[in-house]
Design a protein around this ligand. Structure first.
Ligand code: HEM
Length: 522
């Protein structure tokens, strides 16, 4: 043992009260054989802390990995000055750097599950901007299974393990999906080779939901966010993934961590697509529908910057388990749209974080707004350790307004002139659903080997389902594309004739094109 330690140097073990610990091997007992005593503070602190070492895992995206880096702006949005569309400071000048944290994740598995599951991957970025934090919580696939947040608990329950057997059951997944035609586009992506990214470095990132940007005049536009990996996109087949996870459940975290340790810093180019802020009646789908992509030929990608990841976490628990990101965390110049998923998400994230991490989760270093001042009248609550006060603030004044040096409202109210909207309160679905059109486009533009892989993966999992579910899924696939329905059907021993008898789902509205396909099914 080194001399310094023996003599009480820097590395001496202490308890949480700062008391040095001379014996960490035995609890205090009466005689060497016990009984133990209750005033055993050192032992009680150690064991009770251990009992509380875990916080609840995230209800989704439980397995993930954080690292840090920076975003460098081009100062432009495509060829135009960024200021034309947004006043958000991080985008304004070429070369401006904003530090960030990113958490990549899988969605459905628990905290120790495989990182090569067929599952979307989370791509959640926290930008520590000078105007406070901006979280962009996205995925590696550009679209989602559903378009209304009220269906999120259902889609996730169907994908999570069975509440009785605790096994992920294809029958439950496709029971739900077969009643959810808007999921066909996402399923077509997820069961294609893109469904298992080879690593976190080799995948794209998408904001998925529709956001807004706001410029200095208060003018708004609709926006979608994209990240393209400079490492390129690489995926695994089901067979390759099975081999990887036979050796290692944490292959993606390991790849990211070791590449940063080696000094190979992964980079992504960041782009936006922009649309005027209205409902675009000329489109056959709704711009607020997250089951749809915005075709790049009509809404081109515009480069806005580059993200580089260059630093690993020092402690997995503090920085990964306790990081908290959510879609409500926007900065001036960025805004929400009325996308019904986004609105629901925005409530859900901070709600779960108050439960999962605790009331004062924003005081933790990884979640603090590092580059902006925080001064609030919110105080108290579990594990609070400081007041968020402004210099010179009267500590007795934790309310507003006050005449005695309390916090005051910001003197600058930024303009924001979004379009006016009128309507009756209702519970209804978007009118322009067109659930099959983009799945069809995707199916047709796949390369042959990608389509083969899709049909193989889909047939494999659907093969484990009951016949009524298989038939309803095939019915949708035929409406997407005859070839899709026929080929998956061949794997299941089900033909177009077998599914023709099925009519549309209750309340399902088909387009003229869908009707035509239904009449000529197969
Ligand atoms: C995590 C809710 C849709 C991406 C979470 C968490 C919740 C949640 C409760 C756990 C957060 C935490 O414990 O810190 C919802 C709801 C949705 C929805 C209610 C739909 C209404 C989506 C969509 C995406 C997405 C469409 C992709 C764009 C993520 C990511 C995480 C996450 C990446 C992990 C964040 C992290 O790494 O800490 N979601 N989600 N979610 N969600 Fe969603």
């Amino acid at each position: 043992m080194d001399e310094k330690n023996m003599s009480g140097g820097d590395r001496v073990l202490t308890n949480r009260q700062g008391h040095p610990i001379a014996n960490n091997q035995s609890q205090r007992t009466v005689g060497s054989r016990g009984p133990a005593t209750l005033e055993n503070y050192q032992f009680l602190e150690k064991i009770t802390h251990f009992d509380r070492e875990r916080i609840p895992e995230r209800v989704v995206h439980a397995r993930g990995f954080v690292c840090y880096g920076e975003f460098e702006a081009t100062g432009k949005i495509g060829d135009e000055p960024a200021s034309k569309y947004t006043r958000a400071k991080l985008f304004q000048q070429a070369g401006k750097k904003t530090p960030l944290a990113i958490r990549f994740s899988t969605v459905i598995g628990g905290r120790d599950s495989s990182e090569v599951a067929r599952d979307p991957r989370g791509f959640a970025v926290k930008f520590y901007t000078e105007d406070g934090n901006w979280d962009l919580v996205g995925n590696n696939l550009a679209i989602f299974f559903i378009r209304d947040a009220i269906k999120f608990p259902d889609v996730i329950h169907s994908l999570k393990p069975d509440p009785v057997t605790f096994r992920q059951e294809p029958n439950r997944i496709f029971d739900f999906m077969s009643q959810t035609p808007e999921s066909m586009h996402m399923l077509t992506h997820l069961f294609s080779p893109r469904g298992i990214p080879a690593s976190y470095r080799h995948m794209e990132g998408f904001g998925v939901n529709t956001y807004k940007m706001v410029n200095a005049q208060g003018e708004t536009c609709l926006v979608k966010y994209h990240f393209h990996p400079r490492c390129g996109i690489a995926s695994l087949t089901a067979e390759e993934a099975a081999k990887v996870q036979g050796q290692d459940f944490g292959s993606a975290s390991k790849d990211l961590f070791t590449s940063i340790e080696r000094g190979e810093y992964p980079q992504w180019d960041m782009y936006v697509q922009i649309m005027e802020d209205h409902d675009h009646p000329e489109l056959e789908w709704d711009p607020l529908d997250d089951t749809k992509i915005w075709p790049e030929k009509d809404f081109p990608l515009r480069h806005i910057g580059t993200m580089t990841l260059n630093r690993n976490v020092e402690d997995f628990f503090n920085e990964n388990e306790q990081i908290a990101m959510g879609t409500g965390v926007l900065v001036d110049g960025l805004d929400f749209s009325d996308d019904k998923m986004l609105v629901g998400r925005t409530f859900s994230y901070s709600d779960t974080q108050r439960y999962r991490v605790g009331t004062n989760y924003l005081q933790l270093p990884v979640n603090q707004a590092k580059n902006a001042k925080v001064a609030t009248n919110l105080s108290g609550g579990t594990m609070s350790y400081r007041r968020e006060m402004a210099p010179g603030q009267n500590p007795h004044v934790n309310y507003e307004p006050s005449m005695h040096n309390g916090l005051t409202e910001s003197p600058v109210e930024q303009p924001n002139n979004p379009p006016e909207i009128h309507g009756r309160l209702t519970r209804s679905v978007l009118e322009r659903r067109n659930d099959y059109v983009q799945a069809r486009g995707r199916y047709c533009t796949m390369m042959d080997w990608e389509r083969d892989d899709l049909v193989f993966n889909m047939g494999d999992l659907l093969g484990q389902c009951e016949r009524d579910i298989q038939e309803r899924m095939l019915w949708h696939f035929f409406l997407v594309h005859d070839d899709y329905g026929r080929r998956v059907g061949e794997k299941l021993g089900i033909s177009a004739d077998d599914v023709r008898k099925l009519g549309p789902l209750p309340k399902q509205i088909l387009t003229d094109e869908d009707q035509r396909r239904l009449q000529n099914l197969g």
